[in-house]
Design a binder for this molecule. Structure first.
Ligand code: NAD
Ligand code: IPM
Ligand code: MN
Length: 356
């Protein structure tokens, strides 16, 4: 039997609460299928570790994680106690060091869920954001000159490499081929005349390799408007690191709740572990109250099983989530119910077990 070592990095705030529920669902799947074994190792990195040591993680944490098959992340960030620019470093470092260059961020309006947009029904909104996850606006390159003086200068550099842009676009075409056969590139080549025109050019260079996929380009500002005004139009959206970040919260909102939105940070070559995590953050406003929606975390766990090659297990979790939402019996408050995080997680895990 194949066995997988999973690093559980629950992190901060509701990350801890929702990851617990994702692990329950994964254990239930393991029992139902019996064809794979999941070995979970928990790390208390983040604000808990910071309180003990003054650091977010141990210095060799990347080496430690590299020995795992996958990472299940909850969320990072404890803005009341640790500056965010420090607290989120491990998240960005993991994506870049492990070359998790594909950011997978699906957003579908699920049954039984009200969009904040009127008149939308199950399946009307079905967007798959493919986010460049390893370079672009997020590289740690820049500095402050003459800090604290009136001559202070801040520089933050972006890089967009041909390798990086081409591989994410080609991956996006692959995703589009399995879906609605339409790819939208989020751009800003009217104002960002070097970086974003480069994305446009690479798209022009390669799109002929995918003759059955229609392509359009949309400026990120207009795309934000379009995702609200005509979300049905969009299928697969490829975006740079920061544009993909923005689109994914917006897509989460129009599909009912960011608490439903999963993600994968994937190294397709499997040279390093991939990481699966909800799109949302540590939500300090609701942390510790046992009211966060665990579905984004549970669905992220499902994406991890799909990454391991267990499509059936992925589909079982997705179906269980869909059935649970459709039923509208056990729901957290962000989607109109009153169940707790643990009640929702227990209910989904029990339903998965019934498939045995
Ligand atoms: P957030 O995603 O944590 O929260 C935004 C809003 O959505 C809040 O009102 C929150 O209550 C709600 N929300 C989020 N997840 C929910 C869930 N599962 N169920 C119900 N409601 C949910 O974003 P933020 O407030 O901008 O950031 C909080 C902290 O998280 C910051 O430190 C930020 O840097 C960090 N962050 C981390 C990640 C990550 O780990 N991947 C992602 C985003 C933000
Ligand atoms: C996300 C988050 C991160 C990002 C932050 C916490 C650095 O917003 O995963 O969407 O911008 O990628
Ligand atoms: Mn984000």
């Amino acid at each position: 039997m194949n066995s997988y070592k999973i690093a559980v990095y629950a992190g901060d705030g509701i990350g801890i609460e929702v990851t617990r529920e994702a692990v329950k669902a994964l254990k239930a799947c393991q029992e139902v299928f019996g064809s794979f074994a999941l070995e979970f190792t928990e790390f208390n990195w983040g604000s808990r570790y910071y309180r003990e040591t003054g650091k977010i993680t141990p210095p060799d944490y990347l080496n430690t994680l590299d020995g795992f098959d996958c990472i299940l992340l909850g969320a990072v960030g404890d803005p009341a106690n640790i500056p965010d620019r420090i607290a989120v470093v491990p998240l960005i470092e993991m994506r870049q060091t492990f070359d998790q260059y594909i950011g997978l961020r699906p957003a579908t309006l699920m049954p039984g869920i009200d969009s904040c947009l009127e008149g939308k029904e199950y399946g009307d909104i079905d967007i798959y954001c493919v986010r460049e996850n390893s370079e672009g606006e997020y590289i740690n390159c820049g500095g402050r000159f003459k800090p604290g003086t009136e001559d202070e200068v801040a520089i933050q550099t972006n890089i967009h490499t041909r390798k990086g842009v081409e591989r994410i676009l080609r991956y996006g075409f692959g995703v589009a081929a399995k879906r609605g056969r339409h790819l939208t590139l989020a751009t800003k080549s009217n104002a960002l005349r070097f970086g974003m025109t480069f994305w446009d050019d690479v798209l022009e260079d390669i799109k002929g390799d995918y003759p059955d996929i229609t392509v359009d380009k949309c400026y990120i500002d207009a795309l934000c408007m379009g995702l609200v005004q005509k979300p049905e139009f969009y299928d697969t959206v490829v975006a740079s690191n920061m544009f993909g970040d923005i689109i994914s919260d917006l897509a989460g909102a129009v599909t009912g709740s960011i608490g439903l939105a999963p993600s994968g940070n994937v190294n397709p070559e499997k040279k390093h572990p991939s990481m699966f995590e909800p799109v949302h953050g540590s939500a300090p406003d609701i942390a510790g109250k046992n009211i966060a929606n665990p579905i984004a975390a549970i669905r992220s766990g499902a994406m991890m099983l799909d990454h391991f090659g267990y499509g059936d297990a992925f589909r079982l979790i997705e179906k269980t989530v869909v059935d649970t939402l459709k039923e509208r019996k056990v729901l957290t408050r962000d989607v109109g119910g009153s169940a707790s995080t643990a009640e929702m997680g227990d209910y989904i895990a029990e339903r998965i077990l019934k498939a045995k």
